[in-house]
Design a protein around this ligand. Structure first.
Ligand code: KIV
Length: 263
């Protein structure tokens, strides 16, 4: 099985859409690896895995721990580690922290949230041989400072700003950009303007790829379901039913039977 590289992904611009899914451990990374092009160790793990209210409190050590596990499971997929909030506030700190990701894990790239204001940071990383996946539009790390999860591109000014953001991140050397929570027509225009691929989440179909958070798409995260999530499995229901069956079996002494005993 050949590892997917940056060049493979760049060549997918305007071709078969890139597929990306999040994973936080080796077990699920192994399951997804045969199918998807990319696996994102997203800081969304702080919410869906850590049961926190937002992504902001996860730290770099935790991201590295989960990225190591995912890399052990992902033999083929291109693995991206999300740089957590506060880990790339200036060039020096960003280089130090992203270098830790490269040195301590087998991640192929890091992801940075931010537009033109973060372009200098992205450039510092790419100039230091660290591959960067950009992330513009609705950026969960900005949720507290912006007062919520706000859909972008709703007016002409917002559209212009997003295009400037995308171009700045491309110029800074990012190999692709995640566009999250952006009106479909604006995401389409950004995709047309850029030479690098765009990967959408809540950004419509006219982008170069799609990403979803695994616990959302497989129905394990029950707190809320964003509009853009298609539920491919009723995971929570299945797990609850199976857990209930196990508990009933144990309580009714139906488990373990001889089949599951050493005799
Ligand atoms: O953390 C994450 O899972 C992400 C995706 C929503 C793109 O950044």
């Amino acid at each position: 099985m050949k590892k997917i590289t940056i060049n493979t992904l760049k060549n997918q611009k305007n071709k078969t859409p890139i597929t990306m899914i999040t994973a936080y451990d080796g077990l699920f990374a192994k399951l997804f690896d045969d199918y998807v092009d990319m696996i994102l160790v997203g800081d969304s793990l702080n919410m869906s895995f850590g049961c926190e209210n937002d992504t902001l409190s996860v730290n770099l050590d935790t991201m590295i721990y989960h990225t190591k596990a995912v890399c052990r499971g992902a033999k083929k997929s291109f693995v991206v580690c999300d740089m957590p909030f506060g880990s790339y506030t200036n060039k020096k700190q960003a280089i130090q922290n992203a270098s830790r990701v490269y040195q301590e894990t087998d991640a192929n790239a890091v992801k940075i949230e931010g537009g033109k204001n973060r372009a200098k940071i992205v450039k510092a990383l790419t100039k230091n041989s660290i591959a960067v996946l950009g992330h513009i539009g609705l950026m969960p790390q900005f949720a507290r400072s912006e007062g919520g999860y706000i859909i972008k591109g709703k007016n002409e000014l917002s559209k212009k700003e997003l295009i400037k953001d995308a171009l700045a991140i491309q110029k800074a050397g990012a190999f692709a950009i995640v566009i999250e929570g952006v009106k479909d027509d604006v995401a389409k225009e950004i995709t047309q303007v850029l030479e690098i691929p765009t990967i959408g989440i809540g950004a419509g179909v006219d982008v170069d790829g799609q990403v979803l958070v695994w616990s959302d798409m497989f129905g394990f995260f029950e707190e809320f379901k964003p509009k853009f999530v298609k539920k491919y499995l009723d995971g929570a229901k299945l797990i609850k039913e199976a857990t209930k069956e196990y508990v009933q079996d144990v309580q009714n002494k139906k488990f373990p039977t001889k089949e599951f005993s050493y005799g």
